[in-house]
Design a protein around this ligand. Structure first.
Ligand code: FES
Ligand code: FES
Length: 159
């Protein structure tokens, strides 16, 4: 099968590879780059656990082809946790008990970080809406919303 040469920047590092046309960004990141923080759940766009930031926008990497990321910037949780907002979110999720099995957590933090960068002072309803594409089977969402709201209030106070 024909392959395509791609070059993308993942968590600040340039990656070059040949990819098959049907290879998803999720499989590329996990299987080829070993970035297992990008969780594989439904692979149908329903659970949000595979979320990454592509060119500044949170996307489900299971619905994005690796070739679509050619020439673009990709951030996974490993990249986000080096940023202040990512550190604050991780700490806050732990402090609020918003992590149980932890499977949804990388995608939640990716979505929350991307959202707070754009909307630093959201209401709880806006936070709920922002993470509505991320499913959690364990926490009932209240603690997750508490964790994100806490970071939002700390960030907006410092602005
Ligand atoms: S694995 Fe991508 S949305 Fe579920
Ligand atoms: S903490 Fe288990 S799925 Fe969210």
């Amino acid at each position: 099968m024909a392959t395509y040469r791609v070059r993308l920047v993942v968590n600040g590092e340039t990656v070059r590879a040949n990819v098959e046309p049907q290879e998803t960004l999720l499989r590329f990141l996990r299987n080829r780059l070993g970035l297992t923080e990008v969780k594989s759940g439904c692979e149908q766009g329903d659970c949000g656990t595979c979320a990454v930031i592509l060119e500044g926008k949170a996307v489900n990497s299971c619905l994005t082809l690796a070739v679509q990321a050619d020439g673009k910037q990709v951030l996974t949780l490993k990249g986000i946790e080096k940023q202040e907002i990512g550190k604050l979110l991780q700490e806050s999720f732990v402090a609020h008990g918003a992590v149980q099995c932890g499977f949804c957590t990388p995608g939640m933090i990716v979505s929350a970080a991307n959202f707070l960068e754009k909307y630093p002072n959201p209401s709880r309803n806006e936070i709920r809406k922002a993470i509505s594409g991320n499913l959690c089977r364990c926490t009932g969402y209240k603690k997750i919303v508490d964790a994100i709201a806490d970071v939002a209030s700390r960030v907006s106070k410092n602005q």
